[in-house]
Ligand binder design. Structure first.
Ligand code: PGA
Length: 254
């Protein structure tokens, strides 16, 4: 089964509109007119519009937001609806990032509500899962991933899962410089695909793309991306620099 890799840069709370546009102009020159991988940028909410405008002539780069609310509108101070994101032209929404889970207390139930709302609106979720260091040290990797997948993906439509993306991001590897070994990544991805197969069946499990995230850099991309069940990367730190992000895209062999 050949799955097209998807490489996404999650800019987190970096880059206002001006810096976002500067990145896109430089990245455009570096990446050229075609790429064998899907490329996604996830700017902060306030930089989405400017980024979309800067990407107006790009058929190569798609846009993601880093979060959304599951309700369509209402009294939710500080929140952003999926409709608002669609108005800007967002293609993907990252949900369940470990920083949302750990710092902002988001749980699997809330992530499930967001996933359902995104599917209903035909916007593709990038659903993040991953264990903490404590959980890995206590042999809980599989039980944590199974719980996050079972509860986070509860009652989702199989057809819509085909366009959804899962990002396996071990929390201990995010922003730490400590990357999972290619074998650790492959094992977690293989297990994730197996659980998705149990929930949604063979068609979805063989086609859904599973990204790895956690200290991905140009130097470790090729080895990580060559693992059988690794279909791309969700990149934090190294995605802030157009040169290193373009190298990560180029080092992903199809
Ligand atoms: P990192 O972040 O690449 O800086 O480790 C990854 C992420 O949080 O998605």
């Amino acid at each position: 089964m050949s799955r097209k890799p998807i490489i996404a840069a999650n800019w987190k709370m970096h880059k206002g509109p001006a810096e976002a546009v500067e990145f896109i102009e430089e990245f455009d020159n570096l990446i050229g007119d075609s790429s064998p991988v899907d490329i996604v940028l996830a700017p902060a909410f306030v930089s989405l519009s400017a980024s979309k405008q800067a990407l107006v002539n790009s058929e190569l780069v798609q846009l993601a937001s880093q979060n959304c609310h599951f309700e369509q509108q209402g009294a939710f101070t500080g929140e952003i609806s999926i409709g608002m994101l669609q108005e800007i032209g967002v293609d993907y929404v990252i949900i369940g990032h470990s920083e949302r889970r750990c710092i902002f207390g988001e749980d699997d139930g809330l992530i499930n509500q967001k996933a359902k709302a995104l599917h209903a609106a035909d916007v593709k979720p990038i659903i993040c899962i991953g264990e903490t260091l404590d959980e890995r040290d206590n042999d809980q990797v599989e039980s944590v991933l199974r719980r996050q997948l079972t509860e986070g993906l509860m009652e989702l439509d199989s057809d819509k899962m085909l366009d959804s993306v899962i990002a396996y991001e071990p929390v201990w590897a995010i922003g730490t410089g400590r990357t999972a070994s290619p074998e650790q990544a492959q094992e977690a991805h293989r297990f994730t695909r197996e659980v998705i197969g149990e929930i949604f069946g063979e068609d979805v499990s063989s086609k859904i793309r599973i990204q790895y995230g956690g200290s991905v850099k140009p130097e470790n991309t090729e080895e990580l991306m060559s693992q059988a069940d690794v279909d791309g990367a969700l990149v934090g730190g190294a995605g802030l620099d157009p040169v290193s992000f373009s190298e990560i895209c180029k080092n992903t062999k199809v």
